[in-house]
Design a protein around this ligand. Sequence first.
Ligand SMILES: Cc1cc2nc3c(=O)[nH]c(=O)nc-3n(C[C@H](O)[C@H](O)[C@H](O)COP(=O)(O)OP(=O)(O)OC[C@H]3O[C@@H](n4cnc5c(N)ncnc54)[C@H](O)[C@@H]3O)c2cc1C
Length: 353
Amino acid sequence: MYDIVIVGAGPAGSNLARLIGEKYKVLLIDKRDLENESSKNRINKCCGGLLAPDAQRMIAKLGLGVPKDILVDPQLFSVRTIDLTNNLERLYQRFYYNMDREKFDRWLVSILPTGIDKKFNSFFKSFAKIPGGYQIKYIYNGQEISARTRVIVGADGAISKLRKSMSKDINIPQRYISIQEWFECSSSMPYFTAIFDEEISDFYSWVIPKDNYLLLGSALRPRENTREKYDILKTKLTPLGFNFGNKIKTEGAFIYRPKKVSQFYIGRDGIALVGEAAGAISPSSAEGISYALKSSLYLAQSLDEGIDGFLDRYKQKIKDIKLNLIIKNLKSPAMYNPFLRQLAMKSGFQSIK
Ligand SMILES: Cc1cc2nc3c(=O)[nH]c(=O)nc-3n(C[C@H](O)[C@H](O)[C@H](O)COP(=O)(O)OP(=O)(O)OC[C@H]3O[C@@H](n4cnc5c(N)ncnc54)[C@H](O)[C@@H]3O)c2cc1C
């Protein structure tokens, strides 16, 4: 009988496991293999891999420091903002660590306490209520394995099976499909580019330099000609000096955009959600690592006082994440309303020449 089974070893799940692993008997499950780099079964998390100031602050708060071999070239101190709808462009100062996202996740797993049971290459399938807790089932090596636990934590990201199986009625955040392609690139590009174009998406697209590659990503509304729109984006960016020549790989992932605070859902009974599974992600920038680290810290603090009543304590603590989501949604029109964005960009406020 485990005390806590955590489904998902991304930043939210592994941070939670690290913080509670010495106090509780923990099982951490992930379909990725986050220990064995040469695994045949390699699934990478599709991500821009930028560590934004909020995530840097959380890492400081957790008393951690990022090892330098996680970083990739170049470190980014500006955002080139391109508004294709209004034909405007500006440069703004920002501070991002540019990193290899897979290495970041592996590093968080590498610092887990030794007492944690880790089951990688394992696909969480289902759970059922039993006296005193839950029975969960997962698939490892083609075999179905079950385990019993008092608490389940869903840290399984934007397509959370746990969130979905808890109730069909839960107010799920708006979902976008991200397509991200990697291209070979020999010249250096010293900024992260954010692209706004209502013909492509009511969210945004991005270009990120990463060592000898250029990543072109876009968050697109599902079932609205996503591939065609992505290709139009590429065509529109080419005259602006971007070279999308030799493609190395294509990735895809769902991304949540919580436009209402009610879409942030932390669970019920003995099941808690953290990170993007809970809907904790910026609705304006899609920055999710700080939210994953913060929500998992709050859940760990709630569990510090024992399992009884932990969800009520977690509910209290996450009030500031809810407030943050409200503020981010209030700020969104300045970025996503073409008229307001035009005014903001034309004013040149806070931009760099
Ligand atoms: C294209 C894209 C670009 C992004 N760029 C950035 C960025 O630059 N900076 C930033 O801060 N945020 C970025 N985000 C958001 C960020 O990646 C997420 O919000 C963040 O990873 C959430 O962390 P998490 O631990 O909650 O979930 P995840 O990182 O998604 O981890 C979930 C884990 O659960 C596992 N899992 C899922 N289902 C199962 C199952 N059934 N069985 C077993 N394991 C399972 C997965 O393998 C995964 O390891 C981006 C997102 C996308 C899609």
